[in-house]
Design a protein around this ligand. Structure first.
Ligand code: XMP
Length: 520
C-alpha cells in the first residue's frame, strides 16, 4: 500500500485514482496523520499539493517521522516544497506564478546512484506537464540533485543523491501531464516495489468485509434508493454484505419519470434481491407543490418532504425490526466529497453533498458511504461486476427534485403527464438510435409558453416542449449534442402527434455555462 498524505489540493484524490489504474492500492490520510498511529507500514509515501504556502504561519506540515520510515517519498507541488522545507526551509514566493501547460526537460545523472534517474525512466527527455503553483524553491536543498527543469522552474524535479526522496513541481496525477501515469508507475512499482494486485473485485470484497465489521452481526441499515446507478450499486453492496438487514426505501415523490417506480421496484427486488419498500407519497408531494412556481422553492419543498417521509419510514422500520437500526447508507461518490481540507481538525472534516439534502440531526444514524473513494466510471464497473443490469448502470443522472424542475411554472398532474410522455418519447428514440451512451444527460422540459398551430385543419393553442441533450465529463461544463435533423424531426413529429397539449418542439442549443443542464 502506498500512503498518500493530503494537504488539501483539489487533485489529491486523482493520485489515488491513477494508482488504482495501475492496480496499485493506495490510501489517503490527512497530512497531519501521526506516523506512529498508522496500523500498517506503507511501501512508499506521496505528499500531495495544497492551496497553502509552506512558509505560511498556519500551513499544514507532515509528521517529520515520515522521513524516518525509510521508504521512498514523492512530493507533488506543495509536497516538493514540504520536502524542501524539511531540508533547509528555502522556499519562497515565485516572481511569476505558473498555471497550466509547460514543457519539462528531464536532466539525467548517469554517474549518480541509479535511483536518481529512476523517476523518469522510459520517459522522453522532453514532456508536457501541467503546473499550478506560485511558490518556488530558493535553492536546491542540501543533498539533492535537479532531475527536471522548465523555462520558469529551475527545480521542477529534484531527487536526493542517496535516499529515495523525490519532488516534482508539476502535477503527474492530472491527465494533461502526458507521461504522468508512467512517472507514478516508476515511483510506486519500481521504486517502492508496490504490488499491482488491486482490482475492483478485491475492492468489493474488502468493502463487504468492512461493512460487516462496522454493522456487526445483528445491526441493521436503512438507505434511500432512487433508481440511479450510485444508490443502486451501494444498495447491492449492502445486500451482499448483510442481506435483509439492509432496508432500502424508494420514495415515490410523484415527479419521477414515466413508469420509473415500477421499473426500479422490479429490478431491485426481483433481479437484485434487495429488501425494498416503495412508499407512495406522491399525493403529499403534489399537494405541497400546488401553486408553487419558483424553482428554488420547489426544490426546498421536495427536499424537506423527502426527509419527512424518509424519517417516517425509518421510524417504521425501527419499530418493526425491534429498534436496532443504527446506520444510514449513502451512495456518496468521491466528486460529491467537495471539501478535502480534512486536516483542519475533526469539526471541519470533509463536507459531503447529500442527494437527500441532509438528514435531521435527531435521526442519530451513523452514515455508511461505501462508494466514497470511487469515481462514477469506477462505480459503473463495480455495478457491472455486481450483476446490475446495463440499462441501470449506464442511466443518465436524474435530479432529486425530478421533473418538477423540468416543468417551468406550476407542477400539476396534467403538466406532469405532458412532461413525462414527451420525455419518454425522446429517451426511447435516443435509445432506439443507439445514441444513449454518447449523450451524458437528456430530457424533455415543459414550458409554460403557448404557441399557435394547425392540427387536422383546426387551430390549436398549446404548450411547447424543449428538448435538452448534453455531453459532459464532469457536469460542470457541458455542450449540446449535435443530433442530425432526421432524428429531431422524428422526435418532434411523435411528440406533437402523441402528447395531448403540445403543439411545438424546440431544441435547446445553449452550452453550460451559461446555461445549466437543468432548466431550473
Ligand atoms: P445543473 O442544472 O446545475 O446540473 O447544470 C448539473 C447536474 O446536477 C444535477 N442536479 C441535481 N441532482 N439534486 C440532484 O440530485 C438536485 O437538486 C439537482 N439539481 C441538478 C443535474 O441533473 C445535472 O446532472
Amino acid at each position: 500500500t502506498i500512503l498518500v498524505l493530503d494537504f488539501g489540493s483539489q487533485f489529491s484524490h486523482l493520485i489515488i485514482r491513477r494508482l488504482r489504474e495501475l492496480n496499485v492500492y493506495a490510501e489517503m490520510f490527512p497530512c497531519t496523520q501521526k506516523i506512529a498511529d498508522l496500523a500498517w507500514k506503507p511501501k512508499g509515501v506521496i505528499l500531495s499539493g495544497s492551496p497553502y504556502s509552506v512558509y505560511d504561519a498556519d500551513a499544514p506540515h507532515v509528521d517529520p517521522a515520515v522521513f524516518d520510515l525509510g521508504v521512498p517519498i514523492l512530493g507533488v507541488c506543495y509536497g516538493l516544497q514540504e520536502i524542501a522545507w524539511n531540508h533547509g526551509k528555502n522556499v519562497c514566493a515565485g516572481d511569476r506564478k505558473e498555471y497550466g501547460h509547460s514543457v519539462l526537460n528531464v536532466a539525467r545523472h548517469t554517474s549518480a546512484a541509479p535511483h536518481v534517474d529512476a523517476l523518469f525512466e522510459g520517459i522522453d527527455d522532453e514532456m508536457d506537464v501541467w503546473m499550478s503553483h506560485g511558490d518556488k524553491l530558493g535553492a536546491l536543498p542540501p543533498g539533492f540533485l535537479t532531475i527536471a527543469t522548465t523555462a520558469n522552474a529551475p527545480y521542477a524535479g529534484i531527487a536526493h543523491a542517496e535516499r529515495k526522496l523525490y519532488g516534482v513541481q508539476f502535477h503527474p496525477e492530472v491527465t494533461h501531464t502526458t507521461k504522468g501515469k508512467e512517472l507514478l508507475s516508476n515511483f510506486a512499482v519500481k521504486l517502492c516495489g508496490a504490488e499491482q494486485n488491486w482490482t475492483m473485485d478485491l475492492f468489493v470484497e474488502t468493502e463487504i468485509e468492512r461493512i460487516r465489521q462496522t454493522v456487526g452481526p445483528t445491526g441493521q441499515v436503512i438507505g434511500a434508493v432512487s433508481g440511479g446507478v450510485d444508490s443502486t450499486v451501494a444498495a447491492k453492496l449492502m445486500q451482499k454484505a448483510i442481506g435483509d438487514r439492509f432496508h432500502a426505501i424508494l420514495v415515490d415523490n410523484g415527479v419521477m419519470r414515466l413508469n420509473e417506480c415500477e421499473t426500479v421496484h422490479k429490478t431491485l427486488t426481483q433481479h437484485l434481491g434487495i429488501n425494498l419498500t416503495v412508499v407512495d407519497a406522491s399525493a403529499e408531494f403534489l399537494a405541497r407543490l400546488k401553486g408553487v412556481e419558483e424553482p428554488e422553492q420547489k426544490r426546498k419543498i421536495i427536499g424537506n418532504l423527502f426527509i419527512e417521509v424518509f424519517q417516517r419510514e425509518a421510524d417504521r422500520v425501527m419499530k418493526e425490526s425491534g429498534g436496532n437500526v443504527d446506520f444510514l447508507l449513502q451512495g456518496t461518490l468521491y466528486p460529491d466529497v467537495i471539501e478535502s481540507l480534512s486536516f483542519k481538525g475533526p469539526s471541519a472534516t470533509i463536507k459531503t453533498h447529500h442527494n437527500v439534502g441532509g438528514l435531521p440531526a435527531n435521526m442519530k444514524l451513523k452514515v455508511i458511504e461505501p462508494l466514497r473513494e470511487l469515481f462514477k466510471d469506477e462505480v459503473r464497473i463495480m455495478g457491472t461486476n455486481l450483476g446490475i443490469p446495463e440499462e441501470l448502470v449506464w442511466r443518465h443522472p436524474f435530479p432529486g427534485p425530478g421533473i418538477a424542475i423540468r416543468i417551468v411554472g406550476e407542477v400539476t398532474p396534467d403538466q406532469i403527464r405532458i412532461a413525462r410522455q414527451a420525455d419518454h418519447i425522446f429517451i426511447s428514440e435516443i435509445m432506439a438510435a443507439g445514441l444513449y451512451r454518447q449523450i451524458s444527460q437528456a430530457y424533455a422540459a415543459l414550458l409554460p409558453v403557448r404557441a399557435v398551430g394547425v392540427m387536422g385543419d383546426k387551430r390549436v393553442y398549446d404548450q411547447c416542449i424543449a428538448l435538452r441533450a448534453v455531453t459532459t465529463t464532469d457536469y460542470m461544463t457541458a455542450d449540446w449534442f449535435d443530433f442530425d435533423g432526421k432524428f429531431l424531426r422524428k422526435v418532434s413529429t411523435r411528440i406533437v402527434n402523441e402528447v395531448d397539449g403540445v403543439c411545438r418542439v424546440l431544441y435547446d442549443v445553449t452550452q453550460k455555462p451559461p446555461g445549466t443542464i437543468e432548466f431550473q
